[in-house]
Design a protein around this ligand. Structure first.
Ligand code: ZN
Length: 352
């Protein structure tokens, strides 16, 4: 679909032919705004069936998405969306495949990102498919297995950063400014790819009333809201499912803001669930709006609750998920659904 880029803070518009991710005037993130509603398919068999809902671009149809949706063997009214089935074992691939295609289209030979692990692995993977180099800044309690996986992709340079994710983020921004490297990560194009998770869930489980999403930088949940709003506008759904945001008790900036009604404030991450150890979610304000508009809720889970869910997940399905990946299952236990309500928990990643 034809689109333009609009600053989320000051509203300045940029043409889609410009390779920018942040407003030149105020540095706030940009949003993809379409010049139409797009065609929502009634049925889909692969990720690329949603292409009409993506920003116009030159996409190579690499394998991604269309992960399995299975019934929980433990909980009534719960289904699990297994994002660990993506090529690099996390939902990030949905965004990377769009974002990297855009970087290639704009003529870049190198991409740069900040990551706690999964993002970098995913970006390096698709960058290699497009013949690009990837430079990744890793901050915080990064998981050594994830870093080893990134190294194996072969086209990437890993820079370890003293400091957390937000420190790594500002270093990656500096690098992209100084060198000709496309800044990838939780920006506007990634969000457009991540919308597909909501399309697939609604097509796979049309009666879904709650979608439970682990929250790090909040790109996924805000992308999913965008998708749900799109589907509502296109008449594909009558009622929007409620979005449920999950954070770790030991890193809960969004939950605090949700409870207090105040703005999201930085908090030092202390959780071992590295994929959601983000002290200041980029799309925090948008996530709060998504919760409000869908009648959703933000809840926390403890380190022990995640560990238990991880063990049970392995026992029940023989599959490995990371702590953040099963935070959604731990959260379901606290939701207390009514009869006839149906939840889908996003098992967001499995890199352990
Ligand atoms: Zn601006």
């Amino acid at each position: 679909m034809k689109y333009r880029l609009v600053c989320s803070a000051c509203g300045i518009e940029y043409n889609s032919s410009e390779a920018i991710q942040a407003c030149r005037d105020c540095n706030a993130f940009l949003e993809v705004v379409y010049n139409g509603v797009g065609r929502m398919p009634r049925e889909a068999e692969e990720f690329w069936d949603f292409e009409d809902l993506f920003p116009d671009g030159k996409y190579r149809h690499y394998e991604v998405g269309f992960t399995r949706l299975i019934d929980s063997v433990e909980e009534e009214g719960l289904q699990l969306k297994l994002e660990i089935g993506n090529p690099t074992r996390s939902f990030k691939d949905r965004g990377s495949v769009i974002e990297i295609a855009k970087a290639a289209e704009y003529g870049y030979k190198e991409v740069v990102c900040a990551s706690t692990g999964n993002m970098a692995y995913s970006i390096a993977y698709y960058a290699r498919l497009y013949g690009m180099k990837a430079r990744v800044f890793i901050g915080g309690k990064a998981n050594e297995d994830k870093i080893a996986d990134i190294g194996k992709v072969g086209n990437s340079e890993i820079v370890r950063v003293k400091g957390d994710f937000n420190t790594a983020l500002s270093l990656s921004e500096d690098y992209s400014r100084k060198r000709r490297a496309f800044l990838t990560g939780d920006f506007c194009y990634r969000k457009e790819g991540q919308k597909t998770l909501a399309y697939e869930i609604v097509l796979g489980c049309p009666e879904v009333t709650h979608i439970i999403v682990p929250v790090g930088n909040a790109t996924l949940i805000s992308g999913m809201y965008k998708a749900i709003a799109q589907m509502k506008a296109a008449g594909a759904i009558r009622r929007m499912p409620r979005l449920v945001a999950v954070e770790a008790e030991r890193c809960m900036p969004l939950v605090r803001a949700f409870r207090s009604g105040k703005e999201v404030r930085y908090e030092r991450p202390k959780t071992n669930a590295d994929a959601i150890a983000v002290g200041f979610p980029t799309f925090g304000a948008q996530a709060l709006a998504a919760l409000e508009k869908t009648g959703g809720v933000a809840i926390t889970v403890s380190e022990n609750e995640m560990k238990l869910a991880q063990r049970e997940f392995y026992r029940d399905y023989g599959l490995v998920a990371e702590l953040a990946g099963v935070a959604s299952i731990a959260a379901f236990k606290k939701l207390r659904l009514r009869r006839k309500e149906k939840a889908v928990a996003v098992i967001s990643g499995g890199n352990v």
